[in-house]
Design a binder for this molecule. Sequence first.
Ligand SMILES: NC(=O)c1ccc[n+]([C@@H]2O[C@H](COP(=O)([O-])OP(=O)(O)OC[C@H]3O[C@@H](n4cnc5c(N)ncnc54)[C@H](O)[C@@H]3O)[C@@H](O)[C@H]2O)c1
Length: 449
Amino acid sequence: MSQLSRIPVLPYQTTRRHFLQAGLAVAAATALPQGVSAASPNGKLRTAHIGVGGMGGADLASIASHPKVEVAALCDVDLGTLNGAGSRHPNAKKFRDFREMLSQLGDSIDAVVVSTPDHTHAPAAMTALNHNKPVYCQKPLTHEVFEARKLRTVAESKKLTTQMGIQVHSSAVYRRAVRIIQDGAIGKVSRVYAWSNKNWGFDGGPFTATADPPSNLDWNLWLGTAAQRPFTPGVYHPGNWRKLVDFGTGTLGDMGVHIFDTPYAALALTFPKWAKTTCRKPTGVGHPEKNIVEYEFPQTPYTTESLIWTWFDGGYAPPKSEDLKLPPGIQLPGQGALFVGEGGHLLLPHVSEAKLFPEEKFRDYKRPDVADGNHYHEWVNACLGEAKTSASFSYAGPLTEALLLGVVANRFPDTKLEWDATKLQVTNLADANRLIQREYREGFKVEGL
Ligand SMILES: NC(=O)c1ccc[n+]([C@@H]2O[C@H](COP(=O)([O-])OP(=O)(O)OC[C@H]3O[C@@H](n4cnc5c(N)ncnc54)[C@H](O)[C@@H]3O)[C@@H](O)[C@H]2O)c1
C-alpha cells in the first residue's frame, strides 16, 4: 500500500480558463456541457462506491463529507473491507460485484466512485457510464490506452460529469504553477524533467508459491477482466498489484500521473509523437524497478517548437542537478518536476510551492493569487449542476493516454515508439499495439470496451 501516495484532500479553484485560452482540441473538449443535475428528488446525490479499502476508504470519507451526499451503496470484493465500510455507512446497500450493484440499484443511485486497482478502473467506470451515471474514477484513469480513449468519448457523448482522482490538481500550489507558466514568467518551455524516487516495480520472475485465496476475498471478481491464475499471498491484494504488468502501471502510472498533471495542464499538451523507455529487459511479470522515459510533444502556445519530456523513477530518481543545468547547490526533491523555459527554470517539488530560477531575476516576481479547492466536492457540486470539474475524462483521458504510452514502452526498452494518436497505433512496431488494448476474460466483457 502506498502510504506516501495518500496525499491529503486538497481544496479547489478553477484554472479551466487557461485551457480554454490555449484553444487546443483537448482543452476545447473540457468545455463540453457538464453539470446537469443528477440529484435525487430530496436534493441529495446518492453515491455508490466500488472499492472501499485503501484509497477507496479515503475517497468514501471525502465524498461523504459533502453535506449533500447520501452514501447509498458500497461494493468490495473483500468482505472484511466491505463490512468495515458498511459499519460506517449502515444505510448503504452492500455488494461484492459492481455489475450486480449497478443493474439492481438502477435509478436509486445517482453517481458512482471507482477506487479499485487500475485494471478494473475502465470496466467499472464504463459499466457506470453505460448506466448513465456520473463517475469519479481514481488515477490513472485506465490500465490501457484504448480504455482511456473509450471512457473519454463515451462520457463526452453522454455529457456525463466525470472527474479523475488526482486531488492535487486542485491544490493552490499546482494551480499557481500552471498560472506562472501560462503567464509567461519563464518564457516558452522546451523541456520538462519529472521524477519520483518511489519504486512500484518488480524485477523478479514468475510467482510459484500459490495458496487458496483468503475466505474473505472473491479472487475471481478481483481478477475481473484479467486472465485467471492462482492466488499468491502478499503479491496482489491489497496494494502490491500496482507493480505487476497485468494489474498496475508501475511508478509512472502511480506517481507519474500526479507529477505529469501540472506540466501537462500548464503547457496544454496533447498527444505525444513518440515515447521511449530506458529500463531492464521485460519479464512479463512486473514493471521495471527503475525507468527513464522520454517523450516528444508537439508545439503548443506555451512551448518551443517541440517539447521533450523526461521522466526518471526508482533508482534513477532524482536526476542529478548538473544534468538539468540548474544553478550549483540546488537540492532536488525526491519527487517533482522541472520546467526549462527560454527565460528561466521553474522547479515544482511534489505538492510544494514552485521555485523560480535564476533567483535574482525572480526576486520581485509577484506570484498569482490562487486559492485551494476540494477536488471531491468539486465533482459532487458538478453532479448537482452547481460547478464544473477540472479533471474530467476529457482532460484525464488524453493525459492518461500519453502516460500509458510510456508504460507500454517499458516492454520494448530503448525503442522509440512512434505514435499515431488518431489511429491509436504505434506505427513502427506492430508488437507494441497488442498492449494498447487488452482482451478481456470471457464472462467479464463490457459493452463499449
Ligand atoms: N489519488 C491518490 O492519491 C491515490 C493514492 C493511492 C491510490 N490511488 C489509486 O486508488 C486505486 C486503489 O489503490 P489502493 O492502493 O487503495 O489499492 P488496494 O488494493 O489497497 O485497494 C483496492 C480496494 O478495491 C477493492 N477491489 C479490488 N477489486 C475490486 C472489484 N472488482 N470490485 C470492487 N472492489 C474491488 C479491494 O478489495 C480493495 O478494498 C488505484 O487505482 C490507485 O492508483 C490513488
